[in-house]
Design a protein around this ligand. Structure first.
Ligand code: V47
Length: 347
């Protein structure tokens, strides 16, 4: 990709944090308004986390069992299908399926449930398996990344979620999630997925032990891959939730630091169209404000959120559709329903 202007480098981007919040927000808002006007995207979706039993020990995770959460579970296919069936009446157009890394679940278990969902609900978009899960399944079942990806596609997975990216800086990553997919492999898996003509999302977990420079480095690595593939739909800065895990962070992020990070991501990621203020981790109130700081997407109704609610987020039961759209409207924006690939849904 060629750009008409000089891109912001790591030092310049770190220096943006020293600007006052409003001036920085205005810069991000200008780009956001040029691209989307008053529109804010949301979708009607459902999260399902089929198992919480994990061989990995990520310091920030409160979801996985056998650590601070003693309640282990693995859902049956029947339970998953029943779950989806109940949500179809709510108009969901996407199911987002992310699991822990469970050694007792065979590869066929994943592929079979994808196939069953696709056969029963051909129009339902399946967003499933993070790059961390693909790495885990590849090691566990002696398959290449590409073999797993081909199986996902032939069994009906439409796109990949952005989870497992955490923070790419190798030193920080080792401390917070050593043992999980390494940064280069996370990026490589997304590259392989994009090369199949498929789209994915990208997250960044921040507000733990990382520095501002680590966040910018993370964004630059995503920007570089996006230049090559164009396969990322959106960037999702995930605010670290502090409860029931082992990181023991004494000073959680301020709202100002969160908004600045969202604004800087809009300025840095000139080739990733959508910036998602994920209401689950930013809180709904701050996400509404983030609409004026570069964000153009708030995610969706979710219905059942386990990963962050286990860590203290107020998201266990998702958010009602009329509440989400009402809040977007009342904050001066136009709520626009989208599908998982960011096509607007016209009723
Ligand atoms: O990778 C785990 C994060 C992610 C905590 O692609 C935490 O549309 C904050 O990736 N505090 C999984 N975050 C969720 C995810 C996601 C969510 C919504 C939409 C999309 C998408 C992807 O959750 C993990 C990890 O970074 N996470 N623990 C925590 N304590």
């Amino acid at each position: 990709m060629t750009t008409k202007y000089k891109r912001i480098n790591i030092d310049e981007a770190v220096a943006l944090y020293d600007m006052d919040l409003i001036s920085l927000g205005k810069m991000a808002n200008k780009i956001r308004r040029q691209k989307f006007g008053d529109k804010t995207y949301y979708n009607i979706n459902k999260h399902i986390n089929p198992t919480n039993i994990c061989k990995d020990v990520c310091q920030f995770c409160s979801f996985s069992a056998s650590r601070k959460n003693p309640f282990q579970y693995t859902m049956t296919h029947e339970q998953i299908l029943k779950n989806i069936n109940e949500s179809i009446q709510n108009g969901i157009n996407e199911v987002h399926m992310v699991s822990a890394h469970n050694k007792d679940v065979p590869l066929s278990w994943y592929m079979d449930i994808f196939k069953k969902i696709k056969t029963k609900y051909p129009k339902l978009h399946i967003k499933a398996l993070t790059a961390a899960e693909i790495h885990f399944l590849s090691c566990e079942h002696d398959k290449t990344y590409e073999q797993i990806i081909d199986m996902m596609i032939s069994n009906g997975v439409d796109s990949m979620p952005g989870g497992g990216a955490e923070i790419f800086d190798e030193k920080v990553r080792k401390k917070i999630c050593g043992g999980k997919v390494v940064s280069n492999d996370w990026l490589h898996i997304h590259k392989l997925w994009h090369q199949k003509g498929k789209k994915s999302n990208a997250t960044m977990l921040f507000g733990h032990i990382e520095s501002r420079a680590n966040r910018i480095d993370h964004m630059i690595r995503l920007r570089e891959l996006q230049d090559k593939t164009g396969g990322f739909n959106c960037f999702i800065p995930l605010v670290y939730q502090t409860k029931n895990n082992y990181l023991n962070i004494k000073e959680p992020l301020t709202a100002i630091e969160i908004l600045k990070t969202i604004a800087i991501s809009r300025l840095m990621l000139d080739n990733i169209e959508n910036i998602k203020a994920y209401w689950v981790t930013s809180t709904i109130k701050l996400s509404l404000i983030a609409q004026e700081f570069g964000a153009n997407d708030l995610d969706g109704t979710i219905e059942n959120e386990q990963i962050n609610s286990a860590a203290g987020a107020d998201s266990k039961n998702g958010i009602k559709l009329h509440e989400l759209t009402g809040l977007i409207t009342n904050s001066g924006f136009e709520p626009v329903c989208r599908d998982s690939l960011y096509n607007e849904i016209v009723n």
